[in-house]
Write a protein that binds this ligand. Structure first.
Ligand code: NAD
Length: 405
C-alpha cells in the first residue's frame, strides 16, 4: 500500500496541529500509542495505514502557522512536550506549506492574529466547489496519494435549518447554481467537494457537514464512505459510559446536570450563543435513548480564556433507588482538549481509509463510538457502540483473512 492523504479542515487549529504532531511523532518513533484506539490489539488486527504513510494538508481561514500554534500548545498550555515541537519543526513547516485558503464563514474570532487567508474572496458557490475540488486533486497528484481522507476539525458553525431542497441531490445542485449562500454552511461545501471527488469525509465537529440527505446521496452515488458528527472525548464520553449503569441497575435518574468550562479557540467560538447551540444539540441527546426517559437537567458551556487548551466538566446526577431513597453521583473530568481528541482523529483517518479501500460506501456506523451524535445509530451506550466496532473488525478478519492482533 502506498501513501494516503489526510486533509484537515481547520488545519491550523489546536486539534489539527496536535493530530499532525502526534502522527509525525509516532512516525519518527518519538511517541507511543497511548490514546489511539486503533493501537488496541483487537483493532490493530486490521491492516491500517501506518502513521509514516499519511501525508497531511488542509484548509484554514487564518494564516498563523501550525508551528506557532504548536508552540502555544507546548509553552502556554503545557499540552504537549516542548521538545517534541522542536524536533518536528521541519515536519510542521512542510504541512503548513500544504494549507490552502478555506471558505470564508462568519465564525467570531478576536485578536489581531486572526488574519483571514480567505478574506475578500468573492466566489460563487459553484466557483468555491471547483476550487476546493482542485485543491484536493492537486494534493493527491503532488504526493501520488492513493486516496485523501477529508476530516472536519474547524470551528463550530451555527446550526442551519434544512429545507426540502436539502433532501435530494438535484435540489442541492439547484441551490448551488442559484448561488443561494444562505442555504449552506462552509462544512457542507467541504463535504460536497470531498464526496464529489470520491474522497471519504469525516465530520469531527458539531457543524452540519454531511448531515443533509442530499450530501449523503452524493456520497452513496460516488461510492464513498462518510460519517459524523462531533467527536466524543470528555463529558459526553463519560455520560455514555455511566448511563447504562443506571439503566441496568434500575436506578431512576431524576436529574443530570453538566457544567463545562473550557478555553482555547473552541471555547472562544462556543462563547457565542448561535455557535454554542450546535454543541449543545449534540451533547444534550445522549441520555434519553439509554435510560428510556429524559431526566431533568441541562448542559452548560462557559468560556474561561485562562484555561487555554484545558477543559473541566462537573456533572451532578440525582437518582432514586430502592424504597424511593434519593442518592447522588458526581464526577469531575479535567482533560486536555486536543490531547483527548487528536488520537481519535488519527483513528478515524485510518478507519475511513480502510473502509474506502474495502469498497464500502455510505455511513460508517461502525465508528459510532467516536461520536456524540453518531449518524444512523440510536444506541448511545459507549460499550455497545464499541462492540459494534469490534464486530466490524471481526467480520473483516473473517472475510478478508487479516491477521489476528
Ligand atoms: N476535544 C476536542 O478537542 C474536540 C472534541 C469534539 C469536537 N471538537 C471540535 O473540533 C473543532 C476544532 O477544535 P479546536 O480546539 O482545534 O478549535 P480551534 O479554534 O483551535 O481550531 C479551529 C480551526 O478552524 C479554523 N476555521 C474556522 N472556520 C473555518 C472555515 N470556515 N474553514 C476552515 N477552517 C476554519 C480556525 O481558523 C482554526 O484554525 C471544533 O469544532 C470543536 O468543537 C473538538
Amino acid at each position: 500500500m502506498g501513501k494516503i492523504g489526510a486533509w484537515l479542515i481547520g488545519a491550523r487549529g489546536s486539534l489539527a496541529s496536535t493530530a499532525v504532531i502526534g502522527a509525525r511523532a509516532i512516525a519518527h518513533d518519538l511517541a507511543g500509542s497511548n490514546g489511539l484506539v486503533t493501537a488496541l490489539p483487537e483493532i490493530a488486527a486490521l491492516p491500517l495505514v501506518g502513521m509514516d504513510d499519511i501525508v497531511f494538508g488542509g484548509w484554514d481561514v487564518v494564516s498563523d502557522p501550525i508551528l506557532h500554534k504548536a508552540r502555544v500548545l507546548a509553552h502556554d498550555d503545557t499540552a504537549i512536550p516542548p521538545g517534541l515541537v522542536a524536533a518536528l519543526e521541519d515536519d510542521l513547516l512542510a504541512v503548513d506549506m500544504r494549507v490552502r485558503p478555506g471558505v470564508l464563514d462568519h465564525a467570531p474570532r478576536s485578536g489581531s492574529s486572526a488574519l483571514r487567508a480567505a478574506r475578500g474572496r468573492r466566489e460563487t458557490l459553484a466557483g468555491t466547489l471547483k476550487r476546493l475540488g482542485e485543491d484536493l486533486e492537486q494534493f493527491r497528484a503532488d504526493h501520488a496519494l492513493e486516496t485523501v481522507v477529508v476530516v472536519n476539525v474547524a470551528s463550530t458553525e451555527p446550526p442551519l435549518e434544512l429545507g426540502a431542497e436539502h433532501d435530494r441531490l438535484d435540489g442541492l445542485d439547484r441551490l448551488i447554481h442559484a448561488d443561494r449562500r444562505a442555504a449552506f454552511r462552509p462544512s457542507m461545501l467541504y463535504a460536497y467537494a470531498a464526496l464529489a471527488h470520491g474522497f471519504p469525509y469525516v465530520n469531527f465537529t458539531p457543524s452540519i457537514g454531511v448531515e443533509p440527505p442530499a450530501l449523503q446521496q452524493l456520497g452513496r452515488k460516488q461510492g464513498v464512505p462518510f460519517y459524523g458528527c462531533d467527536g466524543k472525548t470528555g463529558e459526553t464520553l463519560v455520560k455514555t459510559v455511566l448511563a447504562p449503569l443506571f439503566r441496568c441497575r434500575n436506578l431512576e435518574v431524576l436529574s443530570w446536570d453538566g457544567f463545562n468550562i473550557l478555553g482555547g479557540g473552541d471555547g472562544e467560538v462556543l462563547s457565542h450563543s448561535r455557535h454554542r447551540e450546535s454543541k449543545l444539540r449534540s451533547k444534550s441527546n445522549v441520555l434519553a435513548p439509554t435510560l428510556g426517559y429524559r431526566p431533568q437537567g441541562k448542559v452548560s458551556i462557559d468560556y474561561v480564556p485562562a484555561l487555554g487548551n484545558w477543559k473541566t466538566a462537573w456533572d451532578h446526577i440525582l437518582f432514586r433507588g430502592f424504597l424511593g431513597t434519593k442518592m447522588t453521583a458526581q464526577f469531575i473530568w479535567q482533560g486536555c482538549d486536543s490531547i483527548l481528541a487528536a488520537p481519535l482523529v488519527l483513528d478515524l483517518i485510518r478507519l475511513a481509509e480502510y473502509a474506502h479501500r474495502r469498497g464500502e460506501s455510505g455511513q460508517m456506523t461502525q465508528l459510532a463510538c467516536f461520536f456524540k451524535k453518531p449518524m444512523g445509530v440510536e444506541v448511545h451506550s459507549f460499550m455497545a457502540q464499541f462492540e459494534t466496532l469490534l464486530e466490524y473488525v471481526e467480520r473483516h478478519r473473517a472475510t478478508f483473512g487479516v491477521r489476528r492482533g
